[in-house]
Design a protein around this ligand. Structure first.
Ligand code: SF4
Length: 628
């Protein structure tokens, strides 16, 4: 039985530059009780699509039909829609920072959500809220009920959002990148939790994710979006194992989740189309390695023998592009005798708390980072990874212990020493929203390092900023845009461009690709790899994504409760982890199953087979034109 029936959905959003054609004639059905995944790059229209379904896109012009359990949602009054939101359809948003009110405790916010829809006492709502906080693994839930959002880590804030979305037992849960900010063990717990809710309450889950590994693990069916249109839909095992559409095949080749460690990721060349003036014909044509003359005409959705429906003229396996090669003019850095760029000695950091004993965040860290290597730092949220990185960069003063950078102590640097240190060490922060000034234009933000260090000005600075934007997959035409006009993934790319501006020696990458789409992840990881080889960069790579860490890191340090419990070569750690905690992390991160079934690797089961005629479906046009 169908719970959500979307037909011919079109979403146009007026903007200063013209009309953004965000969603273009998308039709799909979500079945009662299933886990339905939506995947695609930033700007493919997936978030706008679900937000417009819920009436959350201001000024959007929406047409088509969206039925929830046979009830048309487009065109109903805002009050009626509010009754549906939360009670029957709940949403888990991508960005918990902007979704939780900073001035209210997390417990109060959950209680308010419950009492806005149900006539229950405060005590009963509080008991349910604490129960939900326990379910989403908030430690010491009863006492954290009175905590404020800023007292939680990013991962814990997202868990609170999930508790809030689950609080009313909705029929449909729409989750927009709900696990992107979480480390692998918590990610697995949250996915399990969503699975439990589905079984316990018969809830249906529609989950948007750019993480193919996550979707392969949980989704029954997957829909792939690109340029505001649906490219492919079918059982996740088929779509992620033997895709019919070249775009899906490209996404799979870009992803580290199903590729051998050390093999280069193959990104999809080019950039997604402008939604201000989408191209005629197939929207993927500019980037498609299989494009043909007929692709100038928009392809219809066609049904393939493995049950996949895809919008493509191709009738055979999508072709495999060549692996990227390093340009011949690349200067290779000679590897000299092993030297350390960073050394920490018994580093300790503790915060005093208003109530209770002091909180130890770093508990005697002795670590070296070798020049030219990529050292991975992995562990759960709150284990101290980011704090350690900040102490290494000199952004936090440790309680005791020392940090040496290139042989010199970081504490007690002169003003000139700090300025030099700022050039040599760059940080790409985890939170692209919090690290960009919303009132400044992106070109000016990326050009800051040039301005501050007096390296380039005027037209030269603008040209160099344009090059950096190109490097990280941003259009230089967007030089004058503000951060709010970019998606989450694009904002992270802005941060990376800014960090690379001064050719630093050590780059601390704090979850640098966790917010990016896999195709962009591949571009950025390949770019980081190339820069490292040509410029001799050293990376300290913090990530909860163990597939990415294994792919890019030479050595890995595993952190737990402020300590390094295991350190070694990546292959050794992955093949012979000695600590139970490391084994748990690895077990939680194991991808490669779709709904408990083994996944086929892309390319192993082809051809897709002959096309079968798609049964004629009566296309219902509600004729409704709704303007919000
Ligand atoms: Fe490529 Fe043509 Fe298929 Fe579009 S229709 S994805 S251009 S082969």
């Amino acid at each position: 039985m169908t719970i959500l029936d979307v037909r011919n959905l079109v979403v146009d959003i007026p903007s200063g530059d013209g009309t953004i054609h965000a969603v273009r004639d998308v039709s799909f059905q979500v079945r009662e009780g299933e886990f339905f995944g939506v995947v695609g790059e930033s700007g493919s229209g997936k978030s706008v699509m679900v937000q417009s379904i819920m009436g959350l896109v201001p000024r959007a012009r929406i047409s088509g039909s969206v039925k929830f359990r046979d009830r048309e949602l487009l065109g109903i009054s805002p009050a009626e829609l509010r009754g549906v939101r939360g009670r029957h359809i709940s949403m888990i948003f991508q960005d918990p920072l902007s979704s939780l009110h900073p001035q209210y405790t997390v417990g109060w916010q959950i209680v308010e959500q419950i009492r806005a829809h149900e006539p229950v006492s405060h005590a009963a709502a509080k008991a349910r809220a604490i129960e939900l906080l326990k379910k989403v693994q908030i430690p010491d839930a009863a006492s954290r009920f009175d905590a404020y959002p800023h007292q939680f880590s990013g991962g814990m804030r997202q868990r609170v959002m999930i508790a809030m979305a689950l609080s009313l037992g909705p029929g449909l849960i729409i989750a927009d990148e709900p696990t992107t900010a979480l480390d692998s063990t918590v990610q697995a717990q949250i996915l399990d939790l969503l699975g439990e809710m589905r079984k316990e309450f018969g809830a249906t889950v529609l989950m948007i994710s750019h993480d193919l590994g996550v979707l392969s693990r949980v989704a029954d069916r997957v829909m792939v979006m690109y340029g505001g249109q649906m490219m492919e839909v079918g059982a996740s095992q088929e779509v992620l194992g033997a895709p019919a559409h070249p775009y899906t095949a490209g996404l799979l080749r870009s992803s580290s989740f199903n590729r051998e460690p050390g093999t280069p990721l193959i990104s999809i060349g080019g950039r997604p189309p402008s939604l201000l003036s989408p191209p005629a014909g197939c929207v993927f044509r500019e980037r498609c390695p299989d494009a043909m003359d007929i692709c100038g005409t928009a392809p219809p959705m066609r049904l393939y023998s493995n049950g996949i429906e895809a919008a493509c003229w191709l009738e055979h396996e999508p072709s495999e592009p060549a692996a990227p090669t390093v340009p011949s003019d690349v200067r290779t850095v000679e590897s000299g005798p092993e030297s350390h760029i960073v050394q920490t000695e018994n580093l300790k950091l503790a915060f005093s708390q208003r109530r209770g004993p002091e909180r130890v965040v770093l508990d005697g860290i002795t670590l070296d980072v070798r020049r030219g290597e990529t050292l991975g730092l992995v562990g759960e949220s709150g284990c101290g990874k980011t704090t350690l990185a900040r102490a290494i960069a000199g952004l936090i003063e440790p309680t005791s212990g020392t940090v040496h950078f290139d042989g010199s102590p970081v504490s007690g640097l002169s003003r000139a020493g700090w300025r030099e240190m700022r050039r040599r060490v760059q940080v790409v922060f985890q939170d692209p929203f919090g690290s960009l000034n919303p009132k400044r234009r992106v070109g000016s933000i990326i050009g800051d390092p040039f301005r501050i260090h007096g390296i380039a000005s005027g037209a030269e600075r603008r040209a160099r900023v344009g090059e950096l934007m190109e490097l990280v997959g941003l259009s230089p035409e967007h030089y004058n845009r503000f951060p709010s006009q970019f998606s989450g993934g694009q904002r992270q790319r802005i941060g990376i461009a800014r960090a690379l501006a001064l050719n630093p020696e050590l780059v601390i990458l704090d979850e640098p690709v966790s917010a990016l789409d896999v195709s962009i992840q591949a571009q950025v990881l390949n770019l980081l790899d190339e820069l490292q080889r040509t410029l001799g960069l050293t990376y300290l790579f913090i990530s909860h994504d163990l597939a990415v860490v294994r792919h890019v890191c030479d050595r890995i340090a595993v952190m737990e409760n402020g300590r390094i419990i295991e350190l070694g070569d990546s292959d050794d750690i992955y093949q012979n982890p000695s600590q139970p905690f490391t084994k748990r992390l690895l077990a939680a991160a194991s991808p490669g199953t779709a709904g408990g079934r083994p996944l086929r690797q892309h390319g192993s089961v082809f051809p897709v087979g002959p096309l079968v005629a798609r049964p004629e479906e009566p296309v219902r046009d509600s004729g409704m034109k709704v303007t919000r």
